[in-house]
Design a protein around this ligand. Structure first.
Ligand code: ADP
Length: 647
């Protein structure tokens, strides 16, 4: 956006909207027209937030309230002018704030969102995505072709500002000396076909449906006839049209599903209903009320580091903080809602919150209640839980690593794909285990396909032992926090310490030892050839159909994760892996013979290079020198074809 120069700073100025705003306006006008009623909710929501803010600031500085002590929202329909005006006595905006707030989009990640939207739109699915994106103030243009804002910020600067736009790419800002009360007025010049929203019953209905939970009075200017027969006159007066008590403080049985839902939309800026609602009151040494929601879909910026997270913190019904991070652990960052404490001081600072005993105790309750609700959902509403997992499973898994205290509960909540199921819990895995199996096996890779086809799990599959497929980047760390479940160890099928011995008969074990001895020379040779990449070569027990595979040494990271960390720019020391050979595979048998024949043993070198690359490909890793690999392949094919011809 081009900033106006100093000269125009305090006078009239014209500004272009930020490009993203134009896109949002486009969506509003072209895709959301069938949801026009949301405009009022969005504007009332903004007013309620502005009132929350002034009330909070007035806690420390009462003088900010000035003569405007009534904190409320007023709706004024004017049929003759064709306007609907929403006025609040909230915090107001300075000139800079007006330009910033009503000319740009502050939500981080909005660019990415809009790009995704464009892509989807071409596939005709836009409305679904828009649901995640609060269009806020810009929803005014659903019903209005011109919007006028007048606002005066709380504080010393007593200049009021007027903002005006017809949503045609620009907006206009100038001083508004005639506006002398603190707060903001939004005047909507209604489109010709939208004037029905001026009807009293329409406004009442919209407020009741979408904004009844707002804890500030919403007043509607109505016309009433007063006096007796001859003396009748029409007077205008304000009637309160909402309940105006904090929703979370009302008894649960008195709150309807719709009210819970609308309040969720207010605090989350999500337009879809929540997946679950947790409403609780704790009374005792510390008292507080919580109204916590689980969203249905992951927001597009779930992994955005800068995104504000956390729930709203109120102290005795005064909003202290919109995004209180200290109340929810990182792995539950998708939670939305409100905590209202009776005991915290009203002037509590962010720094103090971090160390506060009460905050810690509230956080603990939020975690316990949320995990409890998820356990219940997993049992009773399997489809909902699957949907939850789809959106937030990756985030919840972080808890396995970081939340030692709740590890056991979290372990019951995680789900994986496996060689036997598309969606399994560890409990179900254990139920399917045979009696002599004492370990839960897993394999880590980029996606189901590569893990499923990876050589490492061949022997397990052959024995009909289930393998969990861990394909989320977080899995490597998450599973480290989980070395055991229900008394069963968890082990990676890709790590060197995989102990399959216990499943082998004495006869098999003797055979293994014999193989190890027989292939001693060959292993040594391979080790020499691949010295710079491989720390050890040994005979394998985990292979069935493949000639070899690469396994992770004790304490090492899986190849897929190693690659990812490097891609993120982390400087990792090169990790050498262990090459395991399948003693019964014909390729290994032949190589063994070739190696024993001094005149041919040079070829062995080439074969091992090829085998090494092939092991990488089989597990889904890239190879270092594809042209060389291709050359070796074609040489090999030539040889094979020639010998076929000879035969
Ligand atoms: P959102 O409310 O999701 O942040 P909006 O587009 O609705 O997005 O509003 C942008 C910003 O404009 C708000 O965050 C707030 O800072 C400011 N704002 C909007 N309406 C008001 C109001 N009535 N009083 C004070 N500030 C407001």
């Amino acid at each position: 956006m081009t900033e106006p120069n100093q000269e125009t700073d305090t006078t009239t100025s014209e500004h272009p909207f930020q490009a993203e705003v134009n896109q949002v306006l486009d969506i509003v006008i072209n895709s959301l027209y069938s949801h026009r009623e949301v405009f009022l909710r969005e504007l009332i929501s903004n007013s309620a937030d502005a009132l929350d803010k002034i009330r909070f600031q007035a806690v420390t500085d009462e003088s900010l309230l000035g003569s405007e002590k009534d904190l409320e929202i007023q709706l004024v329909p004017d049929k003759s002018a064709g306007t609907l005006t929403i006025i609040d006595t909230g915090i107001g905006m300075t000139r800079d704030e007006v330009i910033q707030n009503l000319g740009t989009i502050a939500h981080s990640g909005s660019k990415g969102f809009l790009a995704a939207l464009k892509e989807k739109e071409q596939g005709g699915e836009s409305v679904d995505l828009i649901g995640q994106f609060g269009v806020g103030f810009y929803a005014s243009f659903l019903v209005a072709d011109k919007v006028l804002v007048r606002t005066l910020a709380a504080g010393d600067d007593q200049t009021a500002w007027r903002w005006e736009s017809e949503a045609k790419g620009t907006f206009h800002v100038e001083p508004a000396p005639e506006w002398t009360t603190r707060g903001t007025e939004v005047k909507l010049f209604l489109k010709d076909d939208q004037k029905d929203v001026l009807e009293e019953y329409q406004i009442r209905q919209l407020v009741q449906r979408y904004s009844d939970f707002v804890s500030w009075p919403i007043l509607l200017e109505v016309e009433r006839e007063e006096g007796e027969d001859d003396d009748k006159k029409t007077v205008k007066k304000d009637e309160r049209i909402n309940n105006a008590s904090a929703l979370w403080r009302r008894p649960r049985r008195e709150i309807t599903d719709e009210e819970y839902e609308e309040f969720y939309k207010h605090v989350s800026r999500d337009r879809e209903p929540p997946l679950d609602t947790i409403h609780f009151t704790i009374e005792g040494t510390t008292s507080y009320t919580g109204l916590i929601y689980l969203p249905k879909k992951a927001p597009f910026d779930l992994f955005d580091q800068d995104k504000k997270r956390g729930v709203r913190l109120y102290v005795k019904r005064v909003m202290i903080m919109e995004d209180c991070e200290d109340l929810v652990p990182e792995y539950l960052r998708f939670l939305r809602g409100v905590i209202d404490s009776d005991d915290l001081p009203l002037n509590v600072s962010r720094e103090l919150l971090q160390e506060d005993r009460i905050v810690r105790s509230i956080k603990k309750t939020i975690v316990t209640k949320t995990l409890g609700a998820l356990e219940f959902m997993a049992k009773e509403r399997a489809d909902d839980y699957a949907a939850f997992w789809d959106g937030f499973g990756v985030v919840l898994k972080e808890g396995l690593h970081f939340d030692f205290e709740n590890k056991e509960t979290l372990a019951k909540l995680v789900r994986y794909r496996s060689s036997k199921s598309d969606f399994t819990s560890l409990t179900d895995y254990v139920d399917r285990m045979s009696e002599d199996q004492d370990t839960i096996y897993y394999a880590i890779g980029q996606n189901r396909q590569t893990v499923e086809g990876s050589p490492h799990i061949e022997a397990l599959k052959k024995k009909d032992i289930e393998v969990l497929y861990m394909t989320d980047p977080i899995d490597e760390w998450a599973v480290q926090g989980l070395d055991e479940f229900d008394g069963k160890k968890l082990a990676s099928a890709m790590k060197s310490d995989l102990d399959l011995d216990k499943d082998r008969t004495d006869e098999q074990k003797a055979e293994d030892d014999a193989n190890q001895e027989r292939l001693e020379d060959l292993s040594e040779r391979a080790q020499k050839v691949l010295e710079d990449r491989v720390s050890e070569v040994r005979v394998s027990r985990r292979l069935d159909e493949s000639p070899c595979c690469l396994v992770v040494p004790d304490g090492g990271v899986h190849a897929h994760i190693e690659r990812m960390l490097r891609a993120q720019g982390q400087d990792l020391p090169a990790q050498k892996r262990i090459l395991e050979l399948n003693p019964t595979h014909p390729v290994i048998e032949r190589l063994h013979l070739l190696n024993a024949n001094p005149s041919e043993s040079d070829k062995v070198e080439n074969w091992f290079e090829l085998l090494y690359d092939q092991a990488l490909l089989a597990e889904g890793s890239p190879i270092a020198d594809p042209p060389r690999f291709a050359k070796r392949m074609s040489d090999l094919m030539t040889q094979a074809l020639e010998s076929e011809e000879e035969a």
